[in-house]
Design a protein. Structure first.
Length: 122
């Protein structure tokens, strides 16, 4: 951000010369006043930036970029959630298979032992 207050050094020096100031001195005064004004303008700009926190202000473009990033993160998160749900579903299916298989094995062993002991084959 630049704040430009117009200052015509040539016209100012001419006015000084017309007022009776010697030309070299008039040019030096005009140059010094111009430098002081530029320094003052820079200080004013910095003060305005500080007062209104202009460096912290988000532009519409920044906001759009942030919204896009948020949407991308949401999409990634949704994919991760779906992946975890699929893994849980697969794990549940495997667990049920193991449970049924183990129950069948225990039942088979139980029936075999019951048959062994009921026929008196000791």
């Amino acid at each position: 951000m630049s704040l430009a207050i117009p200052f015509d050094t040539l016209e100012f020096a001419s006015d000084l010369i017309d007022g009776g100031v010697p030309e070299p001195q008039a040019k030096a005064i005009a140059k010094t006043v111009s430098k002081a004004q530029q320094k003052n303008n820079a200080e004013i700009v910095e003060q305005i930036k500080h007062d209104y926190r202009l460096d912290d202000v988000a532009t519409k473009r920044d906001i759009k970029e942030l919204e896009l990033k948020i949407e991308l993160v949401k999409a990634d998160l949704q994919r991760d959630i779906e992946s975890v749900r699929k893994e849980i579903s697969d794990s549940r299916t495997d667990l049920i298979k193991w449970f049924v298989g183990t129950a069948f094995a225990i039942a088979s062993i139980g029936f075999m032992l019951a048959r062994f002991f009921t026929n008196g084959a000791l």
